[in-house]
Design a protein around this ligand. Structure first.
Ligand code: SF4
Length: 363
């Protein structure tokens, strides 16, 4: 599909994708197997062409507020799993409000409120509803929630209270690998929560990990699994071994597989949101991911923030280069710019399913 063809033909491939051509499993196999720099650059060229057709040079920016690092789960890959003896925090409502007020003055299209599956909020969902309401009140911005698996009723309450987007990563749609990564958690409940949200007024994000137990066939299962869920945003992130976790001694792979998958995602989901996270390799890594076909910068935090990221490549660094001003400066040097809020809101509005209200008596 990509090897041994010239740039004129690459333009034709991009055009075919824009006109609705779907990748076969054999296409996926071929693209995910590329190893030569020249071939990968061709793949990225096609991905950029497709992205530019839908989004031009515009990029969306999400601010990241990790407001509780407590978690009742035991994911093998995660620094915050309940067995890891680390220092944890849970911000109170006033602290969250004050972060939200600071975000309001920055160029940000959406606020991502992330937590582990913290029993404090999971057992008292109204406390989380209060957080969503407070951030909406302070910023007026769209809100993404990343709270782990929540029940249908709570998801409905949160949506009514101002949550627009649910991020809930399956990490893998290969069930065997899932059991090893998300230890003791239901595969189906996780899919269900995303599906319930999607059909009840939310936009949804799904995501996968690469570099941990996934070969090409397993990656194809995950890509097809994500496709089946029809998400509005699709993510891939490279696994980074975390101290104190069962997988801490696994050798970390380069970001090459992630960059290839980002390009493949762009060909499979031409008009969807695809993030370039700052959490893995900072602003330089953001540039690579945008060049591979991503169109959203995530994990933006204020220059002086001491809050956690998820992977935290910069946990040990004194200066963190993850604020919106630094991001925008670099975007401009790449000939890109932040989209307008109206452009982002139009994407949210495309998800127009009227929420099926659960009768109060049933709650
Ligand atoms: S990935 Fe999420 S649910 Fe799993 S241990 Fe980490 S914070 Fe908890």
């Amino acid at each position: 599909m990509i090897k041994d063809i010239n740039y004129w033909d690459l333009d034709i491939i991009a055009e075919n994708i824009i006109n609705g051509q779907k990748l076969t499993d054999d296409n996926l196999r071929e693209l995910l197997s590329l190893t030569e720099e020249e071939d990968i650059e061709k793949l990225q060229y096609v991905a950029r062409k497709v992205k530019e057709r839908y989004f031009g040079n515009r990029v969306f920016l999400y601010s990241f507020v990790y407001f509780s690092t407590h978690c009742k789960n035991n994911c093998a890959f995660c620094y915050y799993n309940r067995c890891n003896e680390i220092q944890r925090y849970r911000l109170d409502l006033e602290e969250i409000r004050s972060i939200a007020r600071a975000i309001k003055n920055e160029t940000i299209h959406m606020v991502d409120l992330t937590m582990g599956e913290d029993p404090y909020f999971h057992n008292n969902p109204e406390k989380f509803v209060d957080v969503v309401k407070a951030v909406k009140e302070e910023t007026g911005l769209p809100i993404m929630i990343s709270p782990g698996v929540m029940d249908d009723r709570t998801l409905s309450r949160l949506h009514e209270s101002g949550a627009n987007f649910l991020a809930l990563y399956q990490e893998t749609h290969d069930e065997e690998l899932y059991r090893k990564l998300r230890v003791g958690q239901s595969f189906d409940e996780r899919n269900h929560a995303r599906e319930f949200a999607r059909t009840n007024g939310y936009c949804v994000e799904d995501g996968i990990l690469t570099g941990v137990g996934n070969d090409i066939e397993s990656t194809i299962i995950s890509l097809r699994g994500m496709q089946k869920g029809n998400p509005d945003m699709v993510r891939v992130m490279t696994f980074v071994p975390q101290e104190g976790t069962p997988l801490e001694l696994v050798t970390q792979q380069s970001s090459l597989a992630e960059l290839k998958i980002i390009s493949v995602l762009r060909l499979m989901f031409p008009d969807k949101l695809i993030p370039a996270s700052l959490d893995l390799e900072g602003i330089d890594g953001m540039v690579d991911r945008l060049n591979a076909g991503a169109n959203v910068v995530t994990s933006i935090i204020s220059a002086d923030s001491s809050l956690e990221g998820v992977v935290n490549y910069d946990r040990e660094l004194e200066e963190r280069d993850r604020d919106s001003k630094s991001v925008i400066k670099r975007l401009k040097s790449m000939g890109m710019e932040p989209a307008s809020q109206a452009e982002f809101n139009r994407i949210l509005e495309k998800q127009h399913v009227t929420p099926v209200r659960i009768p109060v008596a049933a709650l």
